[in-house]
Design a protein around this ligand. Structure first.
Ligand code: ADP
Ligand code: MG
Length: 391
């Protein structure tokens, strides 16, 4: 019984694993997207007469209690967003927490303290998983951000609880990403950018058999250009991946997949430069400069490649967009993807932040809440958290 709407919740204690690992600055939440994305599942459980017990990790406390990584600010924000009391547990397992969970009435909410205060969480310790399971009768996994991790609250807990299922957010992730992988409409364009080829080679390789076109931009494009013998000045290059980059382009050619690289770029002396040094064709990058964004001709080229797309999967910005001097290429790409009349799927922490900054969230079909899990799903891997639900 894999999905939430197939499970009887009335009068049940329902343990939801969410990804509420939001950025916090001195007790203030800087971005509450992950909390908001979790609300439909919570609301469904409350509406169905369940008692809601929420658990999540926050940061990397390495198995020890760290007050700076408490979920208390999340409890406060949740309370505002849901308009009802959210009780905060002092821990995530143990007698006090068990008593609080047992006393929870239908329609009430309890937020457990940071799972990673216990070493058993990331070790997938069976005893810790069992302690979590003892709090509830139903387990709901809604934490797409961690389904690629075999942790106790993602995997182990399912061995000890009667009913396990995917929540509404996880279901949406599986449906959108699954559709792109299994029966996409064509033309299908993959846009890959960002910092490193090493983290993206897996999805390039796996999607080569599915997509019609690939666009590569961002720092990762440098390695592809370099592998073709182009001098890229002081730009970031992953020397050890040049062979694989070349191989990927050859495979694309043999499969009839069009492969697009930037044709021009903005350069700077370093990533914090207050303005670009200039615009250059890709083969004329000055020796003492770095490629920090794609240029205007590339913007037009990529817009053209995307124009008639029916499916787009996009991960990774086109340049060092955090610096306004080098954000134009990424903003331009976001606008081109936003105009696509088809399924547009965006993933990755930085890409997500970029789309939010551009105010284009509502123009995308779906923005994944996953980073690593988004990539691993599209690499075609079986993810432990999804497998544990029998999906
Ligand atoms: P995501 O989090 O969306 O998966 P990545 O983490 O792979 O994306 O890449 C985002 C990072 O890549 C950003 O911090 C951005 O500054 C950096 N980046 C992109 N292009 C360049 C470039 N040409 N030079 C240096 N850094 C770049
Ligand atoms: Mg990133």
């Amino acid at each position: 019984m894999p999905y939430l709407d197939q499970i009887q919740l009335r009068g049940k204690k329902v343990l939801v694993r969410s990804d509420l690992n939001v950025p916090i600055d001195q007790g203030t939440i800087r971005d509450d997207n992950r909390i908001r994305a979790s609300l439909p599942t919570y609301q469904h459980i409350l509406d169905q007469g369940g008692s809601l017990i929420i658990c999540s990790h926050m940061g990397k406390p390495k198995g020890e209690r760290d007050p700076a990584l408490s979920l208390q600010p999340v409890a406060d924000r949740l309370q505002e967003l849901l308009g009802q009391e959210v009780k905060m547990a002092p821990d995530c397992v143990g007698d006090t927490v068990k008593t609080m969970a047992d006393a929870l009435l239908p329609g009430e909410i309890l937020l457990l303290e940071n799972l990673r205060f216990h070493p058993g969480e990331t070790k997938n310790d069976p005893q810790f998983g069992q302690q979590l399971a003892s709090l509830a009768g139903v387990y709901v996994d809604d934490a797409f951000g961690v389904v690629h991790r075999a942790h106790a609250s993602v995997v182990g807990v399912t061995d000890y609880i009667q009913n396990s299922c995917a929540g509404l957010l996880l279901q949406k992730e599986i449906e959108y990403l699954g559709k792109a992988m299994r029966n996409p409409e064509h033309p299908f364009v993959l846009v890959a950018g960002g910092a490193k080829v090493s983290t993206k080679l897996g999805i390039l390789t796996n999607l080569l058999g599915i997509v019609d076109r690939i666009i590569v931009g961002g720092a990762m494009a440098n390695t592809f250009l370099r592998s073709m013998g182009v001098s890229v000045g002081r730009s970031k290059v992953e020397e050890d991946l040049m062979d694989q980059a070349l191989q990927t382009m050859q495979t694309a050619r043999s499969k009839g997949v069009s492969f697009y690289l930037p044709v021009d770029c903005l350069t700077g002396t370093d990533i914090n430069a207050s303005q670009p040094s200039g615009v250059f064709p890709f083969q004329d990058v000055p020796n003492d400069e770095m490629i920090l964004d794609v240029g205007p001709a590339t913007h037009t080229l990529f817009a053209e490649v995307l124009k008639d797309a029916k499916t787009v999967v996009w991960n990774g910005p086109m340049g060092a967009f955090e610096n306004p001097s080098f954000s134009q290429g990424s903003v331009g790409l976001a606008q081109s993807v936003a105009k696509v009349d088809g399924l547009t799927i965006v993933g990755g922490g930085d890409t997500d932040a970029l789309v939010h900054t551009c105010g284009l969230v509502d123009s995308m079909s779906f923005i994944s809440t996953g980073g690593g899990s988004f990539l691993e799903f599209l690499e075609g891997k079986k993810l432990p958290g999804i497998k544990a639900l029998g999906l």
